[in-house]
Ligand binder design. Structure first.
Ligand SMILES: Nc1nc2c(ncn2[C@@H]2O[C@H](COP(=O)(O)OP(=O)(O)OP(=O)(O)O)[C@@H](O)[C@H]2O)c(=O)[nH]1
Ligand SMILES: [Mg+2]
Length: 325
């Protein structure tokens, strides 16, 4: 794995749609070795003119809501409609658990086998920021390779969904009817980010309950600030198991894209996302450099004094920063 083709060669193969080249390009982007990072940036620079043309869709929901089942069956639905589909994941737990999404790839049976699809598990990294950067760059690689629908999955707990909204055009939240109240806290935070809520498992005995829940969510959405003044999020019912409700879903996403393009928000949102991304890279880099420059003994001393109340946090921070610049 240490040897990579020259960036120009790799770029050409990625644009030609060679799957193995795309996989290698992602491995390069995900590598933490400085020499790989240099090659990766050279590669991305060559590929930039081929990026930006996909629809980027974030998909979230609590564990068990049916994300994997959904990505598999909706991915196949998109392929039937003539799209090429890439599925990426942001799984903040994967570095700890050893990659639950990796197991998922095996479960996304149909999609993983299709030559019109590309499924990539979450890049492993200790921090969400690192995972986010690599996923963003993987989105660009998928676009250069001609995938026009990029689905990004995240587990709807913690901060990862905010990170995903900063890299997608459309944010889909999967919900269950009648899930316990203990989930409400999580739900509210997520619902505020949603462009659309889809109640999954609308099948069998669940049918009526799901329809009632959809009405409840739709009314609740009216009390929240929508993601855009031009778009009022609503609720639909789907069954990932039976691939039901997908036409409605597809049409909603297409309508959102049409509305956003027409009012100019599509490109302004992407511009803002890129600017925000640039600043977060600057922050990360500065923090890394700062951490690397720190004198461990001084850090320990400052922490001790702050804890003992001998020094104010501000004074200690100033001393650490000024003493290390
Ligand atoms: N009845 C019904 N069951 C479903 C549907 N979608 C998923 N399931 C089932 O729900 C269970 C969980 O589905 P997954 O797709 O693994 O859910 P997930 O959100 O990926 O779960 P995590 O990976 O743990 O976060 C599985 O047993 C699925 O078969 C659906 O539309 N209807
Ligand atoms: Mg899953």
């Amino acid at each position: 794995m240490a040897d990579f083709p020259l960036p120009a060669e790799l770029a050409q193969a990625v644009v030609a749609g060679e799957r193995s080249a795309l996989a290698r390009a992602m491995t390069l982007v995900e590598s933490t070795l400085p020499e790989h990072q240099l090659l990766a940036q050279e590669l991305l620079a060559l590929l930039m003119p081929h990026t930006g043309k996909s629809q980027r869709i974030g998909v979230t929901g609590v564990p068990g809501v049916g994300k994997s089942t959904f990505l598999d069956s909706y991915g196949m639905y998109l392929i039937e409609r003539g799209h090429r589909v890439a599925v990426l994941a942001i799984d903040p737990s994967s570095s700890i658990t050893g990659g639950s999404i990796l197991g998922d790839k095996a479960r996304m049976n149909d999609l993983a086998l299709s030559d019109q699809a590309f499924v990539r598990p979450s890049p492993s990294s200790n921090d969400l920021g690192g995972v986010a950067r690599r996923t963003r760059e993987n989105i660009l690689l998928c676009e250069a390779a001609g995938y026009d629908m990029v689905l990004i999955e995240t587990v709807g707990v913690g901060q990862s969904e905010t990170v995903v909204t900063d890299m997608v055009d459309f944010f889909l939240v999967l919900m269950l009817a009648g899930a316990g109240d203990e989930l409400q806290g999580i739900k509210k935070g997520i619902i505020e980010l949603a462009d659309l809520i889809a109640i999954n498992k609308t099948d069998g005995d669940n049918l009526n309950r799901a329809k009632a829940a959809a009405n409840d969510y739709t009314s609740a959405l009216h009390y929240l600030t929508p993601t855009s003044e031009k778009w009022q999020p609503s609720t639909i019912c789907i069954s990932a198991l039976e691939s039901a409700g997908y036409e409605d879903l597809y049409n909603q996403i297409a309508e959102h894209a049409a509305v956003m393009h027409a009012c100019g928000e599509w490109s302004s949102k992407r511009q803002q996302q890129n600017t925000k991304w640039m600043w977060s890279l600057i922050k990360n880099r500065l923090l890394d450099d700062f951490n690397a420059s720190l004198d461990a003994a001084l850090v320990e001393e400052m922490e001790r004094q702050v804890q003992a109340g001998a020094l104010s946090p501000t004074a200690a921070a100033n001393k650490l920063i000024d003493g290390n610049s």
